[in-house]
Design a protein around this ligand. Structure first.
Ligand code: UDP
Length: 143
């Protein structure tokens, strides 16, 4: 298995629930290293650009509204098989279908407000990391 990097977002609902630390602990317990991290409040343009792939979907407007409703914490996670490992500990998009013990099962309320984002492929991870971070901002944990 290769060492990968993936883009993770703790969404406004989870930040409002004050569970940033608990979610970070789950990343660390899964062997994922946090190599970049930033709290920000996304603008409509930033959130819409990030989710541009969903711009034709019926939920797009509500998704942008939710993602701009409060601060988010954005991080780059690094580790063996990081993309799939992160998706595993996040759980299914709809928390009703998320396996017990996953982040979404424990902290998400609905498919719209589902606590976390995670890249779903190596291609998207590269694009999403570059959307939020410059190369120089990624801590060289492997150096
Ligand atoms: N989403 C939504 N309603 C839906 C489907 C998705 O609000 O019916 C939102 C939800 O926040 C989800 C995001 O759009 O996390 C991206 O959807 P995707 O299917 O890519 O799920 P993910 O990769 O986040 O599990």
């Amino acid at each position: 298995m290769a060492v990968e990097r993936t883009l993770s977002i703790i969404k406004p609902d989870a930040v409002a629930k004050n569970v940033i630390g608990q979610i970070y602990s789950r990343f660390e317990q899964a062997g994922l290293k946090i190599v970049a991290s930033r709290m920000t409040h996304l603008t409509e343009k930033e959130a819409g650009g990030f989710y541009a792939v969903h711009s034709a979907r019926p939920f797009f407007k509500d998704l942008v509204s939710f993602m701009t409703s409060g601060p988010v914490v954005i991080q780059v996670l690094e580790g063996e098989d990081a993309i799939a490992k992160h998706r595993d500990i996040m759980g299914a998009t709809n928390p009703k279908n998320a396996a017990p013990g996953t982040i979404r099962a424990d902290f998400a309320d609905s498919i719209d407000e589902n606590a976390v984002h995670g890249s779903d492929s190596a291609e998207n991870a590269a694009v999403e990391i570059a959307y939020f971070f410059r190369t120089i901002e990624l801590a060289p944990r492997t150096r």
